[in-house]
Design a protein around this ligand. Structure first.
Ligand code: URA
Length: 268
């Protein structure tokens, strides 16, 4: 639902809510203290998503240094300001990093308006808020990571970090060498050309091509659209690795915590 704009008297000038440059959402002041908007600060602390944080603020459930705040874009000095939700101090949550083997048939969302099964039905209660690092389509299976560490997630999702996601693709028809080369070099999609990819041909017949495709981007339905761009169609899609982390023998529907060495390898 759209919020009603607040009435403003003609000719009135509203003082800036916070002393910040237009559009900025985080910064480090002269003292070296890191500052974030309050919605980002709450999600950075691992409490909830930014969307939920905004809702909490707008509902008047968040206090900053003892005073109720109603502006989700208020600045907060991390580690200095006192933040409370429902009068309970918000402390940094223990960071949690999970790997789930998502089966086909589950949507990557917290709750689905159409009532379909979601990846959170598979995770169950893990004791704190976690968000998926990227998404897998309902018809895609494989490795899906979750965390409450928003910096870690942002880094893994940034194409400039060059973290490869490897997919096993079963595609319709025989994809010839020339088309495989197009996939490697980048194909033109409606939202721009794809970055170079790694393609390994595993098997091919007149009816089907089986390959592994590694990409550093994570655009919506990217692999499916890349295959369409070479006149094929994905019949089956599974993510088998995320960076250095392999799906390996994690059973479909099961999840586990990442080991420290696995997290560190992903950070590199
Ligand atoms: N590319 C797709 O097309 N779908 C996915 O789920 C992941 C990558």
């Amino acid at each position: 639902m759209k919020r009603k704009p607040s009435p403003r008297r003609a000719g009135s000038v509203r003082a800036p809510r916070t002393p910040r440059a237009h559009g900025a959402t985080d910064a480090r002041g002269a003292t070296g203290v890191e500052r974030k908007t309050i919605d980002r600060a709450l999600s950075r602390l691992g409490l909830c998503s930014r969307t939920t944080a905004k809702e909490l603020v707008l509902a008047g459930r968040v206090r900053l240094n003892g005073v109720v705040v109603r502006d989700p874009e208020r600045w907060v000095r991390l580690g200095v300001d006192r933040l409370e939700v429902d009068q309970e101090r918000v402390a940094a949550q223990r960071k949690l990093y999970l790997a789930l083997h998502k089966p086909v048939g589950y949507v990557t969302t917290r709750s689905d308006p159409e009532g379909r099964k979601t990846v959170y039905d598979l995770l169950g209660d893990v004791g704190r808020w976690v968000a998926p690092i990227g998404r897998l389509d309902r018809d895609t299976s494989g490795l899906l990571l979750f965390t409450n560490d928003t910096d870690f997630a942002a880094r893994l999702l940034d194409p400039t970090s060059h973290v490869e996601k490897r997919y096993r693709v079963e595609a319709r028809g025989r994809i010839d060498d020339e088309a495989l080369e197009w996939l490697r070099r980048g194909v033109e999609l409606s939202d721009g050309r794809t970055l170079p990819a790694r393609v390994e041909l595993l098997r091919r017949s007149k009816e089907r091509t089986l390959l592994e495709l590694s990409i550093v981007e994570g655009r919506n339905r990217q692999v499916r659209r890349m295959l369409e761009a070479v006149d094929s169609k994905v019949l089956k899609l599974a993510r088998v690795a995320f960076g250095s982390l392999e799906l390996a023998d994690l059973a479909p529907g099961a999840h586990r915590e990442l080991l420290a060495r696995e997290r560190n390898a992903l950070r590199r």
